[in-house]
Design a protein around this ligand. Structure first.
Ligand code: KG4
Ligand code: ZN
Length: 340
């Protein structure tokens, strides 16, 4: 029997709703919040308010685009965490209200599991390649940098994580000191295409095992700028492309280094990437090149599934539904939900 899931995502600054029938995506609507750009980062209070304004029209549009009535929805999957509590509250409360009003079961989803399981979504008109279990997923976003061993849709384990900043944070913070707009990741990606990745060298971390660290790189980037700008006030403007290319090259090489090690030691060669930073062209090219060298099957998400979206939440909810993992009405959002 076909199972139809309504997904709701509101963990950060995107309000999203999606309808999924088994693995097939019927709609995926995302309202991004422009209000944060002028502050150079997400302002939690403003994010909650914008979610509150967006949630009803976004869910309504997702149902209409899918051509699905509420009476056809088998479960509502929503993001419980991790994320901003005020933002999460909007999605969680909306899901509960709809569940009570229409007597539809609730399924809570861990946002990070959603990013990983986005690799199992098929498009309305086309199937996409899916990894086999077990696979490794490099999950790279604004808040997380992890290597996850995925044994089944519901059994996954973080085997490496950042001990300080996330990769997306490194992109965003370095962009900020160069005076680039928020979020900095996509801007650096674009500027890097014109620059020389070997032009500058920045500090690389020495961390045990599969763990990551990006705060040393950030500091070394900052010191390089400070020293050079002292000699030449136009330094950043004149070397922007080279700075971006070198920074991106360093971040990608740090990410790949541990992933290669994890693949060697676990023997797992189905390798996926997920999360906002998986949109990065340097990382995508780097994974493909490394994969060709090492006999990996590599899985790059469609661009629309890299940043936050409700399609991935519906997909993760579909697996929990199949397992009978329903939530009760006393479920509350969690800012930190690190266990997968
Ligand atoms: O997964 P996501 O949408 O939200 C979180 O859960 O954090 O990830 C957002 C992050 C931001 O740090 C943004 O700069 C980064 O993803 N990002 C990129 C690119 N597109 C988005 N970083 C590097 N290159 C990109 N093309
Ligand atoms: Zn995310």
């Amino acid at each position: 029997m076909d199972i139809t899931i309504l997904g709701i995502e509101s963990s950060c600054d995107d309000t999203s709703a999606a309808v999924l029938r088994d693995n097939r995506l019927l709609s995926n609507v995302i309202a991004s919040q422009a209000v944060h750009v002028k502050y150079g980062g997400v302002i939690p209070e403003l994010a909650s308010r914008a979610h509150q304004q967006n949630i009803v029209p976004v869910v309504d549009t997702a149902l209409k685009e899918a051509g699905v009535a509420l009476s056809e929805i088998d479960a509502i999957a929503f993001t419980r965490g991790p994320g901003l509590v005020g933002s999460l509250l909007v999605g969680v409360s909306f899901a509960k209200g709809l569940s009570i009003a229409r007597n539809i079961p609730l399924v809570e989803v861990n946002h990070l599991q959603g990013h990983i399981l986005s690799h199992f979504i098929d498009l309305p008109d086309r199937e996409l390649p899916h990894p086999d279990f077990p696979f490794l997923c490099l999950l790279v976003s604004g808040g997380h940098t992890q290597i996850v061993r995925v044994d089944s849709p519901l059994e996954m384990r973080i085997i490496g994580t950042t001990i300080d900043d996330a990769a997306g944070e490194a992109f965003d913070k370095c962009a900020k000191v160069m005076g680039l707009p928020y979020p900095g990741g996509p801007v650096i990606d674009r500027l890097a295409k014109e620059g020389d990745p070997e032009a500058f060298r920045f500090a690389r971390p020495r961390v045990e095992g599969y763990d990551y660290s990006f705060s040393g790189l950030k500091t070394s980037f900052l010191y390089t700028l400070r020293d050079r700008v002292a000699e030449d006030p136009d330094f950043i403007e004149r070397h922007k492309a080279d700075l971006c290319a070198s920074l991106q090259h360093t971040i990608v090489s740090i990410l790949l280094d541990k992933l290669v090690r994890a693949s060697k030691q676990t023997g797992i060669r189905d390798i996926a990437i997920a999360g906002g930073v998986s949109a990065n062209s340097g990382l995508r090219d780097g994974i493909v090149a490394e994969g060709a060298k090492r006999g990996w099957r590599t899985f790059l998400p469609e661009f629309k599934f890299t940043t936050d979206n409700a399609a991935m939440i519906a997909m993760a909810g579909r697996y929990r539904y199949a397992h009978g993992d329903f939530s009760t009405l006393d479920v509350a959002p969690e800012a930190r939900l690190e266990e997968l």
